[in-house]
Write a protein that binds this ligand. Sequence first.
Ligand code: SIN
Length: 302
Amino acid sequence: MAQLQVQLNRLKLRNPILVASGTFGYAREMAAFVDFAKLGGIVPKTVTGEPRIGNPPPRTVEATSGMLNSIGLDNDGIDTFIEKHIPYLSNLDTALIANIAGRTVEDFANLAGKLAEFDGIAALELNISCPNVSGGVDFGTNPDSARDVVKAVRDACPFPVIAKLTPNVTDITKVAEGAAKGGADAVSCVNTFQGMAIDWKKRKPILGNILGGLSGPAIKPLALRCVYQVAKAVDIPIIGVGGIANLNDVLEFLVAGASAIQIGTANFYDPGVSARLVDELDAALDAEGCATVNDLIGSVHS
Ligand code: SIN
């Protein structure tokens, strides 16, 4: 058996297969389908300071090889997250990476401060990249803002900090550099690509919020490109996310430079995929003669 453990600065994971925020609920919903102990970690739905009702429906629509969502960070707020979800999530036999979002740097720092006392949390992922709420991507489109928000969260809690980046920028490497300057332990590459769907017969957009974020296999080559570029630009580890659905996808992201990956949209149509991929990765490393997954990470060359 190959060594699957990966180290992302201060965050140690038993293997590089995680599940992405917004695609795995608060894990309870997936307990019938997934042996959580197999996973490298779980990233539950983004939590904000206050409860949010999200965007008007319809909030999802299928696209060719993917899906558009405009959920709008619907969640019950940090107090309910702490009361209802942390006790369950932090007792699972896998790393819990809480995902937080705010409208200001202070919001992010306050959320981190509220979570700081929970030692069942392995890391915080900062959602600075939601395309579906006003201001959701502001921190993710400006390198200095990304730096400032990462630094504020680092100062407010003892956890490793991961910045989840948006691909909806001209040059994602600049924002990754900002996050690295702020002290990010890692960056997640990438959140969804802004898109839309139209019912041409009605001459109307389909999503209630008009625009949404595209995810699923349709975006895999785009996300892979982002990982490749960011890996060349920064020294901090990368978590690849974007359309990963099978073993080849996992291997491509690792070789491109990701130290771990997140399964997102595939959880909706193949809920057991994440745990299955851990076994498949193990077998693939053996077949490749790799003693450790680190032998693959960033091994691409032209
Ligand atoms: C949403 O809640 O709108 C999706 C989350 C995200 O894109 O960050």
